[in-house]
Design a protein around this ligand. Structure first.
Ligand SMILES: [Zn+2]
Length: 129
């Protein structure tokens, strides 16, 4: 079964097809960004007029309920849920910093890291304890 990324608030499916859709805010700018659903693949689509600069933090929101997706355990990341077809939902933590490639999939006590910058977060704790 394909991976389904879910908003943690309204549970809408964020990847209706092969892209994950987010509403993004930066200062007064609002836009949509589409990311590849494959963890560790950082290709994305954005309006070329949306201002994005390496190292800047972007605010991600659910495109349906508009809630902020900033992770409650670490505000360097966003957090969404991942349904891989088993009985429990995993959490996906994804860096909010443009150009920084770090993704963590947290499944119970197991953490899988993706992206070449993930090693910078060796001792990160997404368990809230
Ligand atoms: Zn939502």
């Amino acid at each position: 079964m394909k991976k389904r990324y879910l908003c943690p608030f309204c549970r809408v499916v964020l990847n209706p097809n092969i892209k994950i859709v987010f509403s993004v805010h930066k200062g007064a700018h609002r836009g949509l960004m589409l990311f590849n659903a494959k963890p560790g693949d950082y290709g994305f689509i954005a309006d070329p007029d949306f201002p994005l600069n390496e190292g800047e933090t972007v605010n991600f929101h659910c495109p349906v309920c508009a809630k902020s997706l900033t992770s409650p355990t670490n505000d360097h990341f966003i957090e969404v849920l991942l349904d891989q077809g088993d009985s429990t939902l995993s959490k996906v933590e994804f860096s909010r910093v443009y150009g920084e490639h770090a993704t963590f999939i947290v499944d119970g006590e197991d953490v899988e890291a993706y992206g070449e910058d993930a090693q910078d977060f060796d001792d990160i704790n997404f368990f809230g304890h």
